[in-house]
Design a protein. Structure first.
Length: 727
């Protein structure tokens, strides 16, 4: 319900002035709250409305109606907002120091305006070399300012074009960074390329631009783009293929055009090699070419590795004796089987939940392989998973991307033509590896090398498409050991025993005693849950258990939306845990502060920071318009245009937590999370906790999550392709 009180019969009002402060601006929909200095008005005027780009210091023309807000007083609710480059000295200073030009903050804006007065823009346009030699501005900063100003001019030209066709600022910047000076010509020839080339821009946005540019709704180019969009959406849900009728139904829904056009577009996409048609067991499947060839590549490389004989000089008895003597423990039958299976086969899999001895087995396999003079390589899909394996095994472990020396736009250095120098590869957390990454990895493994895949098949599948670990196990062509026995030292942990209970569909056991490591707090009201969480995280756990609220505690949440979703909990936790408000940089409506806990949300190969990596903001430089984030021991620099790659991480989704481990995990679980409450989601969340798990919420929701096993399985064809290689 709005707070506005407005007399709709009042005449329109017009104001002109300078933007003193941008209180808020949402770059996605353009909504903004501006504080404007208007001539002959003592106080700043508040203007609310929509503008594609707003910069402090700009001159603004706003037309609309005056409204009264119960919380914020009188405001001009503008129907029209127009901006121009400022002409006054103060306006120019604010404009230049707004972060628009990297390298020019408040200090250097003052120097430029003091020297060149109102002609500063003309100097930057026509005689930029005059900047060199001003106080504190040497050759390096001069080049930085000139480069940033020229780029900004080009960006503004592109912005005007894109804004004119309904594209918001943050997306427009991303488009410009991809296509540079070719942006406008690229958009005019085929705007649908946006959906393929640029992260965060899907078919709907590209389609809006295309419609604005006059591309016919019934055009074949639109139908082809719609097909790729549906297939990409399907892959985003984890599927590698789709049934033709499902593709047609989804395309009809989003395109709203004649089916004959869509069917012709499907034929075109198949003929152009963008889509692959495949018939398996008399059922037709359609796949994006990239996913089809990824699955095909996995199958053919597994075949290549399996068909090469293994050279093993130890008997079964010698293998087990070596392992038991070095570790000074007696292995169970299932552990012996896992060790023998790995040493005696070129490709093998070990799967099982927490506390079943996977780590112990891997450590002993490494010892045996070293005795056989094998050169061993260890890797995992994420930085946190790699660090965990390195700590537990005592051997250097790399992420798969770093191991392959992957570079964006170039690909992996190690591939089928230039393979890794290794005798044996161990891949941990394999359930997280999607089809594309697995295909890239397998290509790089030498034919004579052995491979062990380790993972928990009962966790959530990979974020990317495919069910690689499950398909490899279900094909039964790769020797697999499933460990189920919980060992004595693990039986004392309620985290481990309850994880296995949950995985079997049973309610966890808890007593909520001070020395326990598993707690359930039964609350129903969302506001009460939040208050209890804040009390536990900020006060009780640090005092009673000597843990650090920021470093040791991670809130994991089933979903992003709602009062108990990731987004809202991040704001609430930030406010409670981080009091540093002096220096703030804003992006996508989020205020980032020094000390904030943040998460990388996409793979950035240039920075070698990957989706799911968590770091802390160490410094914010408003002069340079950049922040510095510490990920483990590395400090990574981000400028403002790159901040859409990160998010607050006081709370993260359970999906994002895969492969990670935290000392203390707090999980809110209520009926608000109904749509995502499933057994493997809860199981994955609980198995992230190392020392303590706290579930807080409704017992009904907990019961539902444990009992619900999704019937919707990912559509993949890898299992069949693996079966085909032994026929």
């Amino acid at each position: 319900m709005t707070n506005y009180i407005m007399n709709e019969n009042q005449p329109k009002s017009i104001i002109k002035g300078n933007i003193e402060r941008v209180t808020y601006h949402n770059s996605e929909n353009g909504f903004c709250v501006l504080k404007v200095a208007v001539k002959n008005k003592r106080d700043l005027v508040t203007v609310i409305g929509n503008a594609t780009q707003v910069i402090a210091g700009e001159e603004v023309f706003a037309e609309g109606f005056w409204v009264y807000d119960k919380n914020h007083g009188h405001q001009l609710k503008a129907n029209v907002i127009k901006m121009t480059i400022p002409t006054s000295i103060e306006g120019i200073k604010k404009y230049l120091s707004s972060g628009l030009i990297k390298g020019v903050g408040k200090h250097f804006a003052n120097i430029l305006v003091t020297e060149f007065k109102e002609q500063v823009f003309e100097v930057l346009d026509n005689e930029p070399e005059k900047v060199n030699g001003l106080p504190g501005i040497g050759r390096k900063r001069t080049e930085q300012i000139i480069s940033a100003w020229q780029e900004q001019k080009e960006i503004r030209k592109v912005m005007v074009f894109l804004h004119g066709h309904g594209i918001g600022t943050s997306r427009a910047v991303r488009i410009y960074k991809t296509y540079k000076e070719d942006t406008i010509s690229k958009m005019q020839s085929n705007p649908y390329c946006l959906a393929l080339d640029i992260w965060g821009i899907g078919f709907k946005i590209a389609d809006q631009l295309a419609q604005s540019l006059g591309i016919d709704k019934n055009s074949i180019i639109r139908a082809e783009a719609g097909i790729r969009h549906v297939l990409n959406e399907y892959s985003g849900q984890g599927h590698c293929a789709i049934l033709p009728n499902d593709l047609l139904t989804h395309c009809n829904k989003i395109l709203e055009i004649d089916s004959a056009i869509i069917q012709q577009a499907i034929i075109n996409e198949i003929n152009n090699g963008n889509v692959i048609k495949e018939i398996i067991n008399n059922i037709e499947f359609l796949s994006l070419a990239s996913l089809y060839y990824a699955e095909q590549g996995i199958a053919s490389n597994i075949s290549r590795l399996i068909k090469t004989p293994i050279n093993n000089l130890l008997s079964d008895e010698e293998i087990i004796a070596t392992a038991e003597n070095s570790s000074k423990i007696i292995f169970s039958d299932s552990q012996k089987q896992a060790i023998l299976m790995t040493i005696k086969n070129k490709v093998s899999i070990i799967t099982g939940g927490p506390g079943v001895g996977k780590t112990t087995i891997v450590k002993n396999i490494i010892k045996i392989l070293k005795q056989l003079n094998k050169y061993i390589t260890l890797c995992a899909p994420t930085g946190r998973a790699a660090k965990k394996l390195s700590e537990s095994s005592g051997f250097d472990t790399k992420t798969i991307h770093r191991l392959l020396e992957y570079k964006p736009g170039v690909g992996a250095k190690y591939n089928q033509d230039y393979q890794l120098n290794t005798d044996f590869l161990i891949v941990d957390e394999t359930s997280m590896v999607d089809v594309s990454l697995m295909n890239t990895l397998l290509k790089a493994i030498p034919t004579e090398a052995g491979v062990l895949f380790v993972g928990d098949i009962d966790q959530l599948p990979s974020v990317g498409p495919g069910s690689v670990l499950a398909d490899m196990i279900n094909s039964e062509i790769i020797p697999t050991t499933r460990l189920t026995e919980i060992f004595r030292q693990a039986q004392t942990s309620k985290i481990i025993t309850n994880a296995h209970k949950i995985n079997k569909g049973d309610m966890p056991y808890y007593q909520n005693k001070p020395n326990d490591d598993f707690f359930f707090i039964d609350l129903k009201e969302p506001e009460e849950i939040i208050e209890r969480m804040l009390s536990i995280i900020a006060d009780k756990l640090p005092k009673l258990y000597n843990v650090n609220s920021m470093n040791d505690i991670q809130v994991l949440v089933p979903m992003n939306r709602g009062i108990l979703g990731v987004k809202n909990l991040n704001l609430v936790l930030q406010e409670r845990l981080n009091s540093n408000k002096d220096i703030v940089i804003t992006s996508m409506g989020i205020n980032y502060r020094v000390g904030d806990k943040v998460i990388q949300t996409i793979n950035n190969y240039d920075k070698e920071v990957f989706n799911g990596d968590i770091g802390f903001i160490k410094s914010i430089n408003l002069e340079e318009d950049e922040i510095h984030i510490k990920f483990d021991e590395r400090i990574i620099e981000y400028d403002r245009t790159e901040l859409d790659e990160i998010n607050l991480a006081y709370a993260i989704s359970i999906h994002k937590s895969q492969g990670s481990e935290y000392p203390v995990v707090v999980i809110p679980i209520t009926m608000q999370h109904y749509t995502l409450l499933e057994r493997n989601l809860l199981y994955t969340g609980v198995t992230r906790g190392k020392k303590m798990i706290i579930l807080i919420g409704e017992k009904k929701a907990l019961y539902m999550a444990i009992k619900r096993v999704s019937a919707a399985k990912r559509i993949t064809t890898l299992n069949q392709k693996l079966l085909n290689i032994i026929r």
